[in-house]
Design a protein. Structure first.
Length: 50
């Protein structure tokens, strides 16, 4: 189960996107949020888990 939340940031000459997804822990069963700053072309790979 993934929660897709995307915000765009401008840092100098490089455009970055903050992507947040919700991941279920195999150990405890609790959900945690994973946040990462990626380039806009790599957002889909982040949500697919690659």
């Amino acid at each position: 189960m993934a929660k897709k939340s995307v915000a765009t940031f401008q840092a100098g000459s490089k455009r970055l996107t903050k992507a947040v997804k919700m991941v279920k822990s195999d150990k405890t069963g609790a959900y945690t949020f994973v946040e990462k700053m990626v380039t806009p072309d790599k957002v889909d790979n982040f949500f697919k888990g690659k």
